[in-house]
Write a protein that binds this ligand. Structure first.
Ligand SMILES: [Zn+2]
Length: 187
């Protein structure tokens, strides 16, 4: 049965709405029209806001799948002793537990919460035997991941994070020890 164009719209618009204006390439417009056609059953009126929302949702799901192994149907690997020990399962668990944000907490108690340049950080580094398990892995932004590496391995401080929270390395210089085994001090 074809969807009738006179059918009521599926959902009322949300209370908060924003106008977005931008200039698009002809190729982008052609893609938009193609996707509108492909969505003609789900979005009969081709509503651009709805089509763009679906496009961004699909892209976000693809990026999360690629970067953080977030998927609704994790694959079972035969060489894994337990599904919970698979790297993809650990990534999913850590990403969801840490709400997709950097977990670094400053001395004043504020959490960084950056979503920029997120990495999976070993609490106890691989060099000191730390495993890739949910208990030993956390999300850190690029700056705080480097800060932790410097603290653990004493690599020379780099100037600044390229795209996220600003880090005052001088404040933390007391934690930087060259080559020290910090198993007991990692938090
Ligand atoms: Zn951070």
């Amino acid at each position: 049965m074809p969807v009738s164009p006179t059918q009521a719209p599926p959902e009322p618009p949300p209370p908060d709405q924003f106008e977005i204006r931008f200039t698009a390439k002809a190729d982008t417009v052609a893609k938009l029209k193609m996707v509108q056609d492909l969505l003609s059953h789900a979005v009969p009126d081709g509503n651009v806001a709805e089509v763009v929302d679906r496009a961004l949702t699909a892209l976000a799901e693809e990026l999360l799948r690629r970067k953080f192994a977030l998927t609704n149907a994790p694959r079972k690997r035969p060489d894994s002793p337990s599904p919970a020990d698979e790297p993809a399962a650990v990534k999913r668990a850590v990403y969801l537990r840490d709400r997709g944000r950097c977990t670094y907490v400053a001395k004043d108690g504020r959490r960084c919460d950056s979503r920029r340049f997120l990495q999976f950080d070993h609490i106890h580094g691989r060099a000191v035997g730390g495993a890739f398990t949910a208990d030993n892995v956390r999300l850190r932004c690029g700056a705080h991941n480097r800060l932790e590496a410097e603290r653990l391995y004493g690599t020379p401080p780099r100037a600044r994070d390229a795209g996220g929270a600003r880090v005052d390395l001088v404040r933390f210089s007391g934690f930087i020890r060259s080559g020290a085994d910090t198993r007991g001090t990692a938090t």
